[in-house]
Design a protein. Structure first.
Length: 123
């Protein structure tokens, strides 16, 4: 059975690119355009093995989203990769403190993303 990855980004085109890379690698992908919608998706999905999230999004940013995810017992151990244009070390530290496990910059390199995913995805 394929592992499920939630991709959270307000850019439709970026979600499509990430989904293409992940589905070609054999993963199932679900998508949300902001943190609030992503939390709702998590409630409806049986198991998410990894989350890829942007930082800067409307309604709920990536750091607030990760903070919420890590407070939920069902998703407490779900690994999160931040994929963002944000390169401020303060944001990186906030994301790490919230529970993010990796930080990749856009534009992303598909092999680099797949390498991070393969190392962090839950069994």
């Amino acid at each position: 059975m394929a592992k499920t990855i939630l991709v959270v980004d307000d850019s439709t085109s970026l979600r499509a690119l990430v989904k293409m890379a992940l589905t070609r690698a054999g993963y199932d992908v679900i998508e949300a355009s902001d943190g609030k919608l992503a939390l709702a998706m998590l409630d409806k999905t049986a198991k998410v093995h990894l989350i890829v999230s942007d930082v800067n999004m409307p309604n709920m940013d990536g750091i607030a989203f990760v903070t919420q995810v890590k407070q939920h017992p069902k998703h407490k151990f779900t690994p999160v990769i931040m994929l963002t244009t944000e390169d401020a070390s303060v944001k990186m530290q906030q994301a790490k403190a919230a529970g993010a496990r990796a930080w990749l910059l856009k534009p992303f390199n598909p092999p680099e993303l797949l390498n991070a995913v393969s190392k962090l995805v839950l069994a």
